[in-house]
Design a protein around this ligand. Structure first.
Ligand SMILES: [Zn+2]
Length: 334
């Protein structure tokens, strides 16, 4: 493989540490770091000093969350991407929708990966013994390894043969009554990552080859260009996050054979589908449990959502007849 197209695989031998650039693997000094959440984003949405709870239950501020990154990767690869996203975000939902989905995948992916390797670097410290060690979950590590192979497209010129590695939903939310301008949610095991920036909500599954988006096609077509009320956006997030739990297959990625004169890599994908079931069966009770966490701020419980077990769970998006609800009536509010 030509040198400039060689891929770094930190999962081989678990090479994570404060002296290893997260993106290319170069040895660096401990002061060479990049924030997981880009500095411009923290400044624009004012969340740099907000607290963030990590998997080991320790609390840091967003600005404390940094990953090792060499100068080259910072200036040549991350910075240009940040500039493009910043410009797009200045145009709001329209700008983000118009952005190349591959760039949006890389941008969301880098933040997801940043929070992930913060955990992995910590776990390399012999004094830290987390209750739930990511590095001791072989199935999860395989997922992260596959994901990082395509995330290398941040640095190595790379074309995806006929797929996008993730599902990305860009949602327009009426956030005028929301107390904060920024919200963030991630779920390491299902590779879910969502961000709300004012009225722009981006929900993604970063390792499904678009299968969740495909499975939700009918719902998505109905609401893609509508503005959602926050309670509706929370419901849509719950549906997407729940689909992440149900997803039963893991995509893998292979580099197509290269010639010395090649200027980029081509990635092929394959899906391990020995069981042939892409999604495990939907269960109202587990979905309702997840939706209740997303609807907690409206005081709606799991029992409220499943009042009648014979019927569909409560929805603020669609009427029982399947019509989109433009102005949902929130239970308990007049
Ligand atoms: Zn680097």
């Amino acid at each position: 493989m030509p040198q400039h197209l060689s891929i770094f695989d930190p999962f081989e031998g678990m090479r994570f540490g404060n002296h290893i650039c997260f993106l290319c693997g170069t040895t660096i000094s401990a002061d060479q770091q990049t924030p997981v959440f880009p500095a411009w984003l923290m400044e624009e949405y004012g969340f740099a000093h907000e607290p963030l709870r990590l998997l080991d239950q320790s609390v840091v501020t967003y600005q404390d969350l940094k990953i090792p990154c060499c100068h080259q990767c910072q200036t040549q690869h991350l910075q240009p991407l940040e500039e493009k996203v910043q410009k797009a975000l200045a145009q709001g939902v329209t700008g983000i929708r118009a952005l190349d989905p591959k760039l949006l995948f890389q941008w969301m992916g880098k933040m997801f990966y940043g929070t992930l390797i913060t955990e992995l670097i910590k776990e390399q410290n012999p004094l830290v013994q987390p209750e739930y060690a990511v590095s001791e979950q072989p199935k999860m590590l395989m997922k992260f390894q596959a994901f990082f192979r395509v995330l290398q497209s941040l640095r190595v010129p790379m074309a995806f043969a006929d797929f996008l590695p993730g599902s990305l939903f860009v949602i327009d939310v009426d956030a005028s009554a929301e107390p904060t301008r920024f919200e963030f949610r991630d779920e390491l095991s299902t590779m879910m990552f969502s961000l709300r920036l004012d009225n722009v909500l981006i929900v993604s599954c970063l390792l499904d080859n678009g299968m969740i988006k495909d499975a939700m096609k009918r719902v998505w077509q109905e609401i893609e260009f509508k503005q959602l009320q926050p309670i509706q956006a929370a419901e849509l997030s719950a549906r997407i996050f729940y689909a992440g739990y149900l997803l039963n297959v893991i995509p893998d990625y292979l580099v197509r054979a290269t010639k010395p004169q090649d200027d980029h890599l081509v990635m092929d994908t394959l899906i391990d589908d020995v069981t042939n079931v892409i999604f495990n069966p939907w269960q109202h009770s587990s979905y309702a449990k997840l939706l209740a966490t997303m609807w907690a701020k409206w005081g709606i419980s799991q029992e409220d959502i499943l009042r009648d077990p014979q019927e569909e769970p409560m929805s603020m998006l669609f009427s029982p007849e399947g019509e989109f609800i433009a102005f949902p009536q929130i239970p308990g509010q007049v």
